[in-house]
Design a protein around this ligand. Sequence first.
Ligand SMILES: Cc1cc2nc3c(=O)[nH]c(=O)nc-3n(C[C@H](O)[C@H](O)[C@H](O)COP(=O)(O)OP(=O)(O)OC[C@H]3O[C@@H](n4cnc5c(N)ncnc54)[C@H](O)[C@@H]3O)c2cc1C
Length: 396
Amino acid sequence: MKPTHEVLIIGAGPAGLGCALALQAAGVEDVLVLDQKSIGASFESWPEQMRLLTPSFHSNAFGFADLNAISPETSPADFLNTQHPSGKDYALYLRAIVKHYEVAVETGVRVTGLRRVRDHFELETAQGPKAAKFVIWAIGEFSRPDDSGIDGADFCLHNGRVRDWEQIAAGGQQFTLIGGYESGIDAAINLMQLGKDVHLLSRGHPWDSDDPDPSRALSPHTRDRLKAALLEAPGQIRFYKNAEVQSVRPVKGGYELAVKDGQPFHSPSVPILCTGFRSALEPIRDLWEWKNGSAIFSEEADESTLTPGLFYSGPSLQHRGMLFCFIYKYRARFGVIAREIAGRLGIDIGDGLDLWKQRGFLLDDLKCCTDCQCAVEATEDQQLKQAEVIEYAVAA
Ligand SMILES: Cc1cc2nc3c(=O)[nH]c(=O)nc-3n(C[C@H](O)[C@H](O)[C@H](O)COP(=O)(O)OP(=O)(O)OC[C@H]3O[C@@H](n4cnc5c(N)ncnc54)[C@H](O)[C@@H]3O)c2cc1C
């Protein structure tokens, strides 16, 4: 089959669309974005109450793009008039981008297979085959909840499947959450604000990590919300640290959770898994090299080291141990991918990507991927110390 397009991008979320815009700026014309559902579908399915953790603020005129922008000349804060957009707000921003920049997007096209044939790629979709010289894989992680590692996870509800915490809250008075990072704390605050008693079990105690990388510690926004929640209703959220849940089974009156080195924990309601999401590369894992459970990306342009011409954009990206899981992190590579593809197509980019470079959307020096500490040492967060934290009992 002959290539039908120069570039096919799979996924019309911020990663796929951001790459499409960068390719446009680099002069690559024949680009098509495919999405199994709709533009910004993952954000559309966020729980009603959820907001972006990363704040939006318009400062583009000073050369600093809004943290949640996917192009150097737009700002979700300016467009949406809010600092922490909801999922639906953010999807609105993505749709506005597509319309304004006339990005070619086909929705309702699920890609079910991808293979390299000689010098191009062939894609299987329910709507028939497609082919392209280059593919950018940008399917995100949200549609891939990670419930591995817990026997009986099927008896639980993953937070990625929650559409509205009010509906969940109607199911009882006491809730058990498994996982204490961003999603777990967000779930705990939402349920507590709906008057529920929350028991949060976590392997370690990630809520009080003071790692300077926001990919490894609670965001300031979540910390603020948690502190307010602890003041509002002391004791209503109980934190159990070092409580690694290994299995879940239904018992009379609820569910029994087996906890490593601890007594079983009883939950009267369906336990809620806040255990994260799987890598976006898993559906095409054979096309990538893997090391210690993570896909390897070329430092030059986030390309597969096994399959030339196949690029990745999105939150599963990692370089030198640094996670690129926020928009402001992985967008730094949009320009790098676009420059590489344009170069291979023999296109003269001219100054097309200059603004992308100036505003941090074309980062080709990965020196940022080193351990970074704030010059002034953080003081202990006294307010968070008010949380009632229970060391999970070691089994007798
Ligand atoms: C709970 C949660 C909160 C987060 N909060 C923030 C935050 O505050 N700030 C931040 O910067 N980041 C945040 N993130 C990270 C977030 O994942 C990314 O910023 C963003 O959603 C990823 O964008 P994406 O384009 O890679 O994926 P998505 O937005 O998920 O888009 C992927 C698209 O691919 C489509 N797709 C999937 N499979 C296929 C297929 N087989 N064929 C065709 N199309 C397909 C989907 O329909 C979807 O539209 C959060 C993530 C989670 C899970």
